[in-house]
Design a protein around this ligand. Structure first.
Ligand SMILES: [Zn+2]
Length: 236
């Protein structure tokens, strides 16, 4: 069964290079030309998984007294073949949950992702220096993908330098700003695209904007991102 699933997934990704990939979305959108990586914030009673998903404990929804039960469920499900990444998880300085608790929980995600050799999908708000030092300290070998990145270019280049990957979304639609320059210049192989939790946003719009800023046709961008996706998720 597991083998068959992988064969189907490979066919879906490698034989059709003209797929769109929504690398981080909270929606369950089905379309024959779309790889929809649905991210789920794990609760203790989660059982059914979508075909392709990413699982984590989002720092916004961590309950100090019950996150251990959710964590057990996450650990139990994370090895399923449908789970192509761990997250979203991470650090957020804008919430009440103490930073040391956030670091403990994020540290568990790092260990889990490392043991399964699956990429990490990261939510980070005003805690980039902690993020960089955790990456250095963990000597991690898996890809760390920062989703929805929208910060100063200085931080972007610093993270690029530290081998982070990026998933860009709504921020590249603005007329100008740091993310417009970031998407135009980031090397191929270091980024993917996403819609996150914006109900009216279509991944096709994000692809069109990224292709135009990178001055490549959408079809070429699709081929490049299928390759990046396969590399990041180690399908090949
Ligand atoms: Zn999200």
């Amino acid at each position: 069964m597991r083998h068959k699933f992988w064969v189907l997934l490979r066919l879906a990704t490698s034989d059709n290079q003209q797929m769109f990939i929504d690398f981080h979305t909270h929606r369950d959108r089905q379309s024959p030309d779309l790889i929809n990586v649905q991210t789920l914030d794990v609760k203790a009673n989660l059982q059914e998984l979508p075909n392709i998903c990413s699982l984590g404990l989002h720092p916004w929804f961590v309950q100090p007294d019950s996150w251990h039960q959710s964590w057990e469920t996450l650990e139990r499900l994370a090895n399923s073949p449908q789970v192509i990444a761990i997250g979203e998880c991470g650090l957020d300085r804008g919430i009440d949950l103490p930073m040391e608790v956030q670091i403990t929980i994020f540290g568990k995600h790092i260990e889990l992702a490392e043991s399964l050799q699956k990429p990490l999908v990261i939510h980070c708000v005003r805690a980039f220096s902690e993020l960089i030092s955790l990456k250095k300290r963990s000597k991690s070998t898996i890809p760390w993908v920062i989703h929805g990145f929208n910060k100063k270019l200085e931080v972007f280049y610093q993270l690029l330098d530290q081998d982070f990957y990026f998933s860009f979304g709504e921020a590249i639609l603005s007329d100008h700003g740091p993310m417009v320059e970031a998407i135009a210049t980031i090397p191929e192989g270091r980024f993917l695209l996403e819609t996150d939790d914006h109900p009216d946003l279509k991944i096709e719009q994000i692809y069109e904007r990224a292709a135009s800023l990178r001055q490549v046709p959408v079809a070429i961008l699709q081929t490049q991102l299928v390759k990046t996706y396969e590399q990041l998720t180690r399908l090949f």
